[in-house]
Write a protein that binds this ligand. Sequence first.
Ligand SMILES: [Zn+2]
Length: 332
Amino acid sequence: MNFRDIIGQSPLVENLQRSIRLGRVVHAYLISGPKGAGKKMLAHIFARALLCRHSGDRPCDACPSCIKYNTGNHPDVITVKAEKSSIVVDQIRDLQKDMYVKPYEGGRKIYLIEEVHTMTPQAQNCLLKTLEEPPAYGVIFLLADQLEGLLPTILSRCQILRLKKVSRERIAALLEERYGLSPEQAHLIAALSDGRVGRALELAVDQDYMELRREVLGRLEALAEADIMAVFNLVPFFTEHRDQQSLKLEILEWWFRDVYIWKEMGDESLIVNQDAKELLEKQAELFTSSTVQDIIKRIEESKKQLGSSVNAQFIMENLLLSIMEGKQTCLS
Ligand SMILES: [Zn+2]
């Protein structure tokens, strides 16, 4: 991967390459964008360019430094990830201690802090000191899904790089070219990725997700014809495999957003579930627009509740019943 592989972010990437050419690299970059937007990929390419032994505004991928980097063996690249659910102050203290050890290979030392939006306030306050007075060789990349919750003093000490959503057409073209996907598959995955290139690249090789999606859509078809007993029979599918619960809700949410778009705008090009238009059309008949809006709200609430201590069985039962009832209200 190189700068040319980053699509849809031209002004930002050009600016970064210019800063390398002109020697105007700063000590802290905050890369923001939704999960799967490609923040890590951008940080790694930029970091590799900064460590590369060849002069130029991109990593050469051939020098000893690039080779070490690409095999995960570069001693001057340190990654900090959230332990459990957040980045805590002790992790930042460890980073600070490490930062005063000079680079092994000369040049620079790179710190990549992932999921910065999960940082505790204490950890952020602790990091401030480093952002104020970093050693000359230190470059820190902070990666955040969103900027909310970050101290203004952190934001003001970083150069902020915001990744934009990329158009479906560009993502689909990339998938066709890189993975040899058919135009239909490429467009479906591009739509499901919602403008996030990293997510699209993951989905392109994730057969499990596509299979899970097929299963969820199959259950939706059953739900449209279900009575109360049948709904209760559907619950175990939605609660099994804890790590899939929120993915299933995400698939449901995309689905009902499509139902809403179909009803309100009838514009096929805006639909995510491009391969299921027949079912979409059927379901659009079953619900009123306001019921669909209610269902989407309920799905969003359910996603939040899943993250808390509420019982998944209870959440899913309520959600599925409200979908079934929404349909009945409409028909009566
Ligand atoms: Zn190199």
